[in-house]
Design a protein around this ligand. Structure first.
Ligand SMILES: [Zn+2]
Length: 647
């Protein structure tokens, strides 16, 4: 009896494997059918549904896209085009943000309505503050104001308001009540006002005696040559300053935001605006009816008055400082001041009339007297005063230069040149010597300090100028110049030879010198050779049409000047540097009045190469007038091999 196969497999240790294989086969059988079922489901039901759905979404999207494109082409684009064409005719309302750049706006820390600062005066001082701003512009340019200065300005202007309102016994100042003279920090200023312009803010055309705002601005700033004005719209007064042509600064002491728009908790601001049109839009924006409910736009009236402000030096010390001396409540004194001011004003006006009526001689006399006075004053002034005066003068000149137009600048420079020329004509020999010595010294210093590139630039400019000068000079001038050069050369040469004679070479040193000289001359010669062949034969002779190196040609211009008859042999061919060159051989013949042997006019023109003559190397050889043969042969005597060349 043998053992069963299972027991046998157990014994040899492979039973377990067998069993596991069978079990897994069984499991696989079940799973396989499961998989088949799932795949069947997917194939028959799920995938067709999914496909259907996706197709539907895609087609939907496509429809959407077509619809959008249709709308875009038929509705949106035509509308856009129509709108684009309409821009010029109908630009729409201009926004305050387009007019005012708030980064240029300067503000104070409070506004005129601040009760804790100004007490009972609060909210009424705009006229005084605007005037004060205009005058203060004379002390410190409105372009460099900052917050601290604005704060100081508001406080001082409030004091000014207190004095004026006390004096005229009114709460609200009108433009008719404004000052004619004002003193700030020991400087007295005369104020001069233009006629008053008034009208409605939204008016489009002048309707005498009422004018549009634009007309008023043009009258004051352009025609009247005023640099500042007071503008009252409804009951609010602002100062408009023009520090540069067509650049305006609006000083508004009311409660405003950084764009100059009315704001509840705002500050006094200084707004910067460019152009009169923008200025008008600014006032339209800031005074539009939405800020003033219950008021009609038609009622917004304005009044505008140009203001000129002059520093009055003679009055500066005589008047008490009205702005700083606010504690004094002495009415009598103030009235006296005002009266004296009026008298002075009258005096000024009279003087102005007189000036207009005086003749030329009177005018000259008056000016001469003034000059005399000034001279005396200057002789008496101290060093500090002198320096101050010069500094002021410089400052004034600088400002004038910044303000001047191109034509004014040219006029000024032309006058300067004329004056210098006259001064040069009148100066004595010693003065001239001094001037030239100074100039030479200055130039020498400049040369020592200049960099390599600067030096090169300078030399190049010099060369260019010289070339220009030579092109323009006449024959006589040229001869004079050359004679001078020749004389200088001769003088230098004779000086050099004299020096050599005075210090003859002696002994060993002399030998060394000789060696040095020969060495130098060899290196110089090599250098010269390299220099002369560095450019290549690029120079075309205008007479014989041959190519030459630089050292074999000279400019043909010389010959044209010295020997105009020979110029008929020149062909006018320009080559390097756009200059007409002439080879030295042709030059030599032409100078003697002879026809150069190789000149084109001598029938030596190189014929033009015909088209059919485009041959290759072999063809050239075949038709060449000379054929080169080489052969090696034994010498008749001695039997050596020799090279025989026949041409
Ligand atoms: Zn030539």
């Amino acid at each position: 009896m043998g053992v069963s196969i299972e027991i046998y497999r157990l014994r040899i240790g492979s039973h377990n494997n067998f069993v596991q294989a069978r079990q897994s086969m069984n499991q696989m059988k079940g799973k396989f059918w499961n998989h088949m079922l799932v795949m069947f489901y997917l194939e028959i039901f799920y995938l067709p549904c999914l496909k259907n759905l996706v197709t539907r979404i895609e087609s939907n999207n496509e429809v959407c896209m077509w619809y959008t494109q249709m709308v875009s082409y038929h509705v949106y684009v035509p509308l856009l085009l129509r709108l684009a064409n309409d821009v010029e005719e109908n630009p729409g309302p201009i926004n305050i943000y387009d007019i005012v750049d708030h980064s240029f706006t300067v503000r104070a820390d409070f506004n005129q309505g601040n009760i804790s600062m100004f007490g009972i005066n609060a909210g009424k001082q705009c006229v005084a503050m605007s005037i004060y701003a205009i005058v203060y512009n004379e002390i410190k340019s409105v372009n460099i104001w900052d917050t601290a200065l604005m704060n100081m300005l508001l406080v001082n202007a409030n004091n000014l308001y207190a004095i004026i309102s006390q004096h005229i016994q009114k709460d609200f100042l009108l433009l008719t009540d404004v000052l004619e003279i004002l003193s700030i920090n020991n400087d007295t200023f005369n104020l001069e006002y233009s006629d008053s312009f008034s009208g409605a803010l939204w008016m489009k055309y002048n309707n005498e005696p009422y004018v549009t705002l634009e007309h008023a601005f043009h009258e004051v700033f352009d025609a009247g040559n005023y640099k500042a004005c007071l503008l009252t719209i409804r009951a609010n007064t602002v100062a408009v300053l023009m520090p540069f042509p067509d650049v305006f600064k609006v000083f508004d002491s009311h409660s405003r935001d950084m764009h100059g728009m009315p704001a509840a908790m705002g500050y006094s601001v200084l707004v910067s605006i460019e152009g009169i049109q923008n200025l008008i839009h600014f006032f339209h924006n800031t005074n539009s009816c939405k800020f003033y409910p219950g008021q009609n736009n038609q009622n917004s009236l304005f009044e505008l008055k140009g203001v000129k402000c002059h520093r009055n030096i003679s009055l500066s010390n005589s008047l008490v400082n009205t702005a700083n001396d606010t504690t004094s409540n002495n009415h009598e004194q103030q009235r006296k001041q005002q009266e004296s001011v009026i008298e002075k004003e009258n005096g000024l006006a009279k003087r102005k009339d007189k000036k207009q009526q005086e003749s030329v001689v009177e005018r000259e006399n008056r000016l001469e007297k003034l000059r005399e006075k000034q001279r005396e004053k200057r002789q008496q002034e101290s060093v500090v005063e002198w320096e101050n005066r010069l500094a002021k003068q410089r400052e004034r000149r600088k400002q004038a230069k910044q303000r001047e137009t191109v034509s004014e600048r040219e006029n000024r420079l032309a006058k300067q040149r004329e004056r210098r020329k006259q001064a040069k004509q009148q100066e004595t020999v010693s003065e001239r010597g001094n001037r030239l010595a100074k100039r030479g010294e200055k130039r020498r210093q400049a040369k020592q300090q200049e960099t390599v590139s600067e030096r090169e630039n300078r030399l190049q400019n010099q060369r260019k100028a010289r070339r220009l000068e030579r092109q323009n000079e006449t024959v006589e001038q040229r001869e004079q110049r050359l004679a001078k050069v020749r004389a200088n050369y001769k003088e230098n040469k004779s000086r050099h030879s004299r020096k050599n004679k005075q210090s003859p070479p002696s002994g060993c040193q002399g030998l060394n010198n000789d060696n040095n000289i020969s060495h130098n001359s060899v290196s110089q010669l090599i250098h010269k050779f390299h220099k002369s062949v560095s450019t290549g034969p690029l120079y075309i002779c205008s007479c014989c049409d041959q190519l030459w190196y630089k050292h074999s040609v000279c400019p043909a211009e010389r010959l044209r000047l010295s020997n105009p008859n020979s110029a008929k042999h020149l062909q006018g061919i320009k080559s390097v540097d756009n200059i007409e060159w002439l080879c030295l051989t042709c030059d030599k013949h032409l100078k003697k009045g002879k026809v150069p042997p190789s000149a084109i006019t001598n029938g030596m023109k190189f014929p033009t190469k015909p088209d059919f003559f485009d041959l290759n190397e072999l063809e050239c050889r075949l038709i060449a007038p000379r054929l080169a043969f080489q052969k090696i042969m034994q010498a008749p005597r001695g039997g050596n091999l020799r090279l025989l060349v026949m041409l």
